[in-house]
Design a binder for this molecule. Structure first.
Ligand SMILES: Cc1cc2nc3c(=O)[nH]c(=O)nc-3n(C[C@H](O)[C@H](O)[C@H](O)COP(=O)(O)OP(=O)(O)OC[C@H]3O[C@@H](n4cnc5c(N)ncnc54)[C@H](O)[C@@H]3O)c2cc1C
Ligand code: SF4
Length: 327
């Protein structure tokens, strides 16, 4: 039934505990926040929940707090509210830049931080109408037997394409999660695994309540490579948080989206700390990205292009952040 939405039960809890209870009471349900990803996927016949737990009316999820302990962003904060927050733009610039680069104004007004972090993975052969996918014999991620991207293998390589995750990861974010066992706080990176079929390592009934960021002295930036300059998902997105003391690198974290089935922090950059950022350092960054980014043929742009674009973006942003702070 591609295109049309079936009759569906909507539950509207007013607090987090009620949302968790509702999710448990309705096993074939999903949380819905802005619905800008979920409803499209339902209309494409990719998911078919019988009930939706609408979390958009839970006040606790909609606040942004900034103080000596850092930044707390509720998961229900809209992308638009995040994008226009002046103190976030000043102290956590990568987050503002990433938020401003998401979709179009209408999507940003509805779409939320939690929905963005829990975005399904995407692929040329998957984000299509049901008749398109059926004509193509479906695929491993939904209804089919083989992966059209890597037919010899048995895993899905669909890419994670949320823009906010790399910015949060580069700035050392933790997520606050509520579930059946109560609340817990874990590093954001721990909620993702490298599997296009099931890239979220949290339980289906876990609710992301908020994202926490420590105070930071590092300057940060986000750059996104996409086919169209307007509304488009990243082919590759790179966030860098760089701290400089004197003319030496004091801290560096680089995180990527769009290339792998999960957003991730680039490994190996600690070797650049304690010395000035040289041409050799920038080459090392490019090499690290080229090794760890694993784009596959999940977009119409080639995997090779996406890997090179990610490496070039990481180099360019890091050099600019260094010049800004050491000059
Ligand atoms: C045309 C178009 C272009 C787009 N371009 C971009 C883009 O460039 N970059 C980008 O990043 N995104 C893009 N998006 C996707 C989307 O608009 C945003 O990612 C948005 O932030 C998703 O948030 P949402 O609240 O609408 O999510 P929803 O659709 O409500 O939910 C998405 C998923 O997250 C789960 N979820 C939601 N909130 C929570 C929570 N608090 N805890 C646990 N699970 C939760 C839902 O169950 C669902 O599985 C685009 C969408 C469209 C339609
Ligand atoms: S990577 Fe393969 S299995 Fe995954 S969505 Fe694409 S074609 Fe389907």
């Amino acid at each position: 039934m591609s295109g049309l939405l079936p009759d569906i039960r909507i539950v509207r809890p007013s607090d987090v505990a009620a949302a968790i209870a509702a999710r448990e009471q309705h096993p074939q349900s999903r949380f819905i926040a802005g619905g800008t990803d979920l409803l499209v996927n339902m209309r494409h016949g990719l998911i078919a929940p019988q009930s939706l737990i609408d979390i958009s009316r839970i006040d606790e999820l909609t606040t942004i707090e900034m103080g000596a302990a850092g930044l707390r962003v509720g998961s229900g904060v809209t992308v638009a509210a995040l994008a226009r927050h002046p103190a976030i733009a000043r102290d956590y610039r990568a987050i503002s830049q990433a938020a401003n680069a998401i979709a179009g104004p209408g999507h940003r007004a509805m779409g939320t931080v939690g929905g963005n972090l829990c975005l399904d993975t995407r692929c040329l052969f998957y984000n299509q109408s049901e008749w398109w996918r059926q004509a193509n014999g479906f695929c491993l991620k939904r209804d089919g037997e083989i992966c059209h991207v890597a037919p010899q293998g048995k895993r899905c390589h669909a890419a994670f394409t949320g823009d906010l995750a790399p910015a949060f990861l580069a700035l050392g974010a933790e997520v606050e999660i509520a579930g059946k066992q109560g609340r817990r706080r874990i590093p954001l990176g721990d909620i993702y695994v490298e599997d296009g079929l099931a890239h979220l390592a949290i339980a289906e009934d876990d609710l992301i309540v908020a994202v926490h960021l420590p105070p930071t002295a590092a300057a940060s930036a986000y750059a996104k490579v996409r086919l169209r300059g307007a509304v488009d998902y990243p082919l590759a997105g790179v966030a860098v948080a760089l701290g400089v003391r004197g003319d030496s690198v004091a801290s560096i974290r680089i995180a990527l989206t769009g290339t792998n089935s999960r957003p991730f922090v680039l490994g190996g950059t600690d070797a650049l700390i304690g010395r000035p950022l040289s041409e050799r350092s920038l080459q090392q960054i490019e090499q690290l990205v080229q090794k760890q980014a694993r784009p596959m043929r999940t977009t119409i742009a080639s995997a090779h292009y996406r890997r090179l674009a990610a490496a070039a973006s990481a180099r360019r942003i890091t050099a600019a952040l260094y010049a800004e702070q050491s000059g």
